[in-house]
Design a protein around this ligand. Structure first.
Ligand SMILES: [Zn+2]
Length: 169
């Protein structure tokens, strides 16, 4: 092999996070009524199946200026009632994270245990490794790990994990 053929050897594609974090928008004037635009953007970018979109459209989501978090689900522990989102953080990525929590609420204790086992099996996946190298928040606990994988990897997450995201795949 000569130096010339090396020069033209195709380089492996550079790995990037499929859904990188959107920057905070301090000028946001989004309200409860216009939030559906974010919902539609999330459906499109994260490829939310058409058959589940009705479910997500029915999820009560309220815009709360000055919220202490980017977003949060209530009531604590079950997250069955509603989602609150700070207007400056009203973007598809934050929504994807919060909706992953809603999806997680459908998992049984056995499912969660199985998710943890499956996650160990896919840890060598290149995108999972890349995300782990950049993201500290996913190390908080299993629920945040579950949400961050969906938020940043979306449909590019390892296929084996998708079974643990009811109504999202
Ligand atoms: Zn969270």
């Amino acid at each position: 092999m000569c130096w010339l053929s090396n020069l033209f050897k195709p380089k492996p594609p550079i790995l990037t996070i499929p859904h990188p974090e959107e920057s905070r928008n301090f000028q946001s004037n989004i309200d409860d009524l216009s939030f559906f635009l974010i919902l539609e953007e999330w459906f499109g970018k994260w490829k939310v199946p058409l058959s589940y979109q009705y479910f997500w459209r029915a999820r009560p989501i309220v815009i709360v200026p000055g919220l202490a978090y980017q977003g949060a689900n209530y009531p604590a522990l079950t997250w069955t009632d509603r989602t609150e989102i700070d207007p400056t953080w009203a973007n598809p990525g934050v929504l994807a994270h919060e909706m992953a929590h809603v999806s997680y609420s459908f998992l049984t204790i056995t499912d969660v245990a199985q998710f943890n086992i499956t996650y160990q099996e896919v840890k060598s996946d290149a995108l999972v490794k890349l995300l782990e190298s950049q993201n500290q928040y996913m190390k908080t606990n299993t629920t945040e790990l579950h949400a961050e994988i969906y938020r940043y990897l979306g449909e590019k997450m390892p296929d084996k994990l998708k079974a643990f995201y009811p109504k999202l795949f």
